[in-house]
Design a protein around this ligand. Structure first.
Ligand SMILES: NC(=O)c1ccc[n+]([C@@H]2O[C@H](COP(=O)([O-])OP(=O)(O)OC[C@H]3O[C@@H](n4cnc5c(N)ncnc54)[C@H](OP(=O)(O)O)[C@@H]3O)[C@@H](O)[C@H]2O)c1
Length: 422
């Protein structure tokens, strides 16, 4: 029998308490204490004999508690609880990607000293077993690249824009109605959620701490139905990708942003709120993991698996060579990183515009592959029309300069997306 304390009994904490009460696998686990902020809220389903408390010290001073399950969210209070648990020599199980992405190195350093394990399968892609796969199954095989659709909200929105031709605003409103987007969806649609997940997955995949705050991140907020339509006409789908790839010189090219994916790319088939991660490693080649990336019940399953690993003695304290303790990797510079690109501008519908814009491309050595100015059926008093340009391979640095020049010359900020070639 192992006694645990659950810190946080909100959406995920309640789902875990329900699963622990109903699962045959959990018969050896007893919830001894549950930590919350507000003791007056009703807590249905709390097992008889479980102590409800708002005093963290009660958990850490109890020698019978073997593991603390952190399900509070946020980073500050969660860090206090997580670090106190580790200092007390208790195993830490967490579903908190932000905590690991931002403060992982501090927690792992502490855990290494106190010989306490940290488990976090539920922190990235909820119920999909990608953390264990990277930490255990793939650890003997050097990973060349990791690409993922790791945010269900944005994948739902992009799927509805692609399949039904919805505008971004309508698709997002629908996602909110279905509970697939938060009332304030900015953390998801800006790509920041995906960046935190890439930070954690990239750390595991490439063996050194990938700090999400160092990554280039672009969201999907500027995308329009026109982008999705033109991408489809060119044989692509738009997906928000979290991607990291080891370059020839050993540096890591890692970024989050909307990407034009070929229709036959394995991630192009990942629809709606599903998550998937494609990992390419030297010996195994490509492996695709796909599953439910969010939701209380899948998350609770991953948490229970981690708790069982602690209870059964499989969980190990991190070594001094844990990826979270290794120095940050060198990131590819914008000059090294490159791709083909898609670019959309809104331009006045008059002669000479194309020549002026193409001279900006030429000045930066960016070779244009195609130009499209879709006909507008609207009246001639329409002032601006979309101009869609695809490029041959160009560096990220030159595309950044181009965007700045276009904005500086009064053409506005273009929508720029990488075009994936394989
Ligand atoms: N939702 C998902 O699908 C999903 C999937 C994977 C991972 N996660 C992660 O799971 C974690 C929990 O998310 P959630 O949606 O369950 O959050 P939530 O519903 O907001 O619940 C948070 C819980 O933590 C307690 N709490 C917060 N601050 C506290 C403090 N300072 N001291 C004591 N208790 C405190 C709250 O107490 P009160 O009840 O008293 O307010 C509440 O019970 C987050 O890290 C989230 O990112 C969520």
């Amino acid at each position: 029998m192992m006694n645990i304390a659950i810190a946080g009994a909100g959406t995920i904490g309640s789902a875990l308490i329900r699963l622990l009460a109903s699962s045959d696998a959990a018969t050896g686990i007893r919830v001894k204490a549950v930590l919350v902020r507000d003791l007056s809220k009703p807590r249905p389903g709390l097992p008889a004999g479980t102590r409800l408390t708002d005093k963290p010290a009660e958990i850490f001073s109890d020698p019978e508690i073997g593991a603390v399950i952190e399900l509070m969210g946020g980073t500050d209070a969660a860090f206090e609880i997580a670090s106190a648990a580790l200092k007390a020599g208790k195993a830490l199980v967490t579903a908190n990607k932000n905590l690991l992405a931002e403060r992982g190195p501090e927690l792992f350093a502490l855990a290494e000293k106190t010989r306490a394990p940290i488990l976090f399968e539920a922190a990235v892609c909820a119920g999909m077993p990608i953390v264990r796969a990277l930490r255990e199954s793939l650890r003997a095989d050097p990973i060349a690249s990791l690409e993922g659709i790791v945010n269900g909200t944005t994948n739902y929105v992009l799927t509805r824009m692609t399949e039904e031709g919805l505008s971004y605003a309508d698709a997002l409103a629908e996602a909110k109605r279905l509970g697939l987007a938060e009332p304030d969806p900015s953390y998801d649609v800006s790509g920041r959620d995906a960046a935190c997940k890439l930070g954690v997955l990239g750390t595991l995949a490439f063996g050194s701490y990938l700090d999400a705050r160092d990554l280039g991140v672009t969201g999907i907020e500027s995308l329009e139905a026109e982008d999705v339509k033109q991408a489809k006409a060119m044989g692509y789908l738009i997906k928000l990708l979290a991607a990291a790839r080891r370059g020839a010189n050993g540096s890591l090219d890692a970024e989050v942003g909307p990407v034009l994916l070929p229709l036959d790319h394995p991630l192009a088939a990942v629809r709606m709120e599903y998550n998937a991660v494609l990992v390419e490693s030297r010996g195994l080649g490509k492996n695709l993991f796909m599953g439910r990336g969010a939701g209380p019940d899948p998350t609770a399953v991953s948490l229970l698996t981690d708790i069982l690993d602690v209870a059964e003695g499989w969980a190990r304290a991190p070594g001094t060579d844990d990826p979270f303790l290794m120095p940050k990797p060198a990131l590819a510079s914008p000059e090294e990183a490159g791709s083909r690109y898609y670019l959309r501008l809104s331009v006045p519908d008059r002669a000479g515009v194309l020549a002026k814009i193409s001279s900006l491309f030429a000045g930066l050595g960016i070779s244009i592959a195609s130009v499209l100015q879709p006909e507008s059926r609207e009246a001639s008093d329409v002032r601006s029309v979309p101009l869609i340009i695809t490029t041959h391979r160009a560096s990220r640095a030159s595309m950044e300069k181009l965007s700045a020049s276009l904005a500086g010359d009064g053409w506005g900020k273009p929508v720029v997306m990488r075009i994936q070639e394989d």
